[in-house]
Design a protein around this ligand. Structure first.
Ligand SMILES: [Zn+2]
Length: 423
């Protein structure tokens, strides 16, 4: 028989459920959620307009300016473009609560010159970037507009904005700079996806350009000279035999090799591009150290083979996305799950992936990536499309999750803690 009468600790789950229940019972919050639905067409217009402004990674300026104008017209304070190109501002809370940054990314994977005009057929929108992350950008604005319309007074501050450099070689440089310069207690990134999807684990990656250099020479006349290609071959053979954990999933590949000048030349130069990934930062770093050991041992072995110090190697880190783990009990995850449930959906926790949320998750800041609603496909291809049906559900999930985190005056307490360094 159970007669333990000690009070049980309130979990994040209890707090999140209670906060969302209180929010759903508040007139202002219900008005904001209802507004998100009536504002749907306007949100899709924003999505089209922003998508049509080209924004390849490293060339986000024009789209950033357009987004900045929207944030200013929606009355945010301290709106700015930072040195990296991120655009953001603050919607002030009543004071002394936790702060949350609600964000999407400005950049697309498509190079300059790509036609970004949005075409509509049978209610479906087609354009490169219309979903990723045109949808996210529109949702950020829609959440802000709904809060303003219903005059929702939060306890903590909500920051709204957009980052640069989320895709590819952008290497999350926008969100990294944001967290270098600012402290917030929670983070929500909006990406194109169904409104019940939650990404809360961060796959990290490191990418290297590894270059082997030696004296080179004639294949016959200079035989006995160490070869850059032979050294690299030794390294690849050793890398190919590396053991990695299945869980946390950890992977490696030598994706590109090049080098040499001709068939009858001892190669003076060889280069390979290597990509390693893991869902755990310690596993990523362990693999990195083993892999680099393979490279240096290969150079030593090639030099020892010919008893010369001819080959040297340089390793350049060309990509660095931090990995991070976060418990499902994290307040960010619990708030998102409670919000999704209360809107009538079944929350779905996604596999780890690489999004702007990697950086806060790595830093220990509660963070999730949420789906912007509607349906989409062909992401990162010229056939990318977005179907706006019921897209407002995404706006509602983000809105409710953010409110549960920072609290609403006279309705619900914040469920996020203020980070000790900011308190
Ligand atoms: Zn994206």
């Amino acid at each position: 028989m159970k007669n333990d009468t000690r009070p049980t600790a309130r979990t994040h789950s209890d707090a999140a459920t209670e906060a969302v229940q209180r929010l759903m019972g508040a007139n202002a919050v219900r008005a904001a959620l209802a507004f998100a639905e009536t504002d749907h067409a306007r949100t899709v217009e924003d999505q089209i307009r922003l998508t049509e402004i080209p924004a390849p990674t490293f060339h986000e300026h024009d789209r950033g300016q357009a987004f900045l104008a929207e944030l200013e017209s929606l009355g945010l304070s301290d709106v700015k473009v930072d040195a990296t190109g991120n655009v953001y501002g603050v919607r002030k809370g009543a004071g002394r609560g936790p702060t949350v940054f609600v964000s999407a990314h400005l950049d697309t994977v498509f190079p300059e010159g790509t036609d970004t005009e949005v075409r509509q057929r049978n209610g479906v929108l087609y354009a490169p970037g219309i979903a990723d992350d045109g949808r996210g950008l529109a949702v950020v604005l829609a959440v802000l507009r709904a809060l303003n319309h219903a005059n929702v007074q939060t306890v903590g501050d909500l920051w709204f904005g957009a980052t640069v450099g989320e895709e590819g070689l952008g290497d999350l440089r926008g969100v990294k700079a944001f967290f270098d310069e600012n402290q917030v207690d929670g983070f929500i990134s909006v990406e194109p996806d169904a409104p019940n999807r939650i990404t809360y684990l961060a796959t990290g990656s490191h990418r290297y350009r590894i270059t082997f250099r030696g004296p080179g020479g004639h294949s016959f006349g200079d035989f006995g000279t160490p070869s850059a290609i032979h050294a690299m071959g030794r390294a690849i053979a050793a890398i190919a035999d590396l053991e990695v954990p299945e869980n946390p999933k950890t992977t490696f590949t030598v994706g590109v090799v090049r080098g040499g000048t001709s068939i009858n030349t001892i190669a003076a130069e060889a280069e390979m591009m290597v990509d390693i990934r893991s869902d755990s930062e310690p596993a990523l770093l362990a693999l990195e150290s083993n892999l680099l050991a393979c490279v240096h041992e290969a150079v030593s072995a090639e030099n020892a083979r010919w008893n010369q110090q001819g080959i040297q190697v340089s390793v350049e880190l060309v990509g660095n996305r931090p990995a991070g783990q976060q418990s499902v009990d994290s307040p960010a995850v619990q708030n998102a799950m409670a919000a999704i449930r209360s809107l009538g959906f079944m929350p779905s926790l996604d596999e780890p992936s690489s999004t702007d949320a990697n950086v806060p998750i790595h830093l220990g800041v509660p963070a999730v990536t949420l789906g912007g609603g509607g349906r989409c496909g062909g992401i990162h291809t010229l056939q990318e499309f977005y179907h706006p049906e019921d897209g407002h559900h995404g706006v509602q999930v983000v809105l409710l999750t953010a409110l549960a985190m920072v609290g609403v005056s006279e309705v619900s307490e914040p469920t996020l803690s203020v980070s000790p360094s900011r308190a």
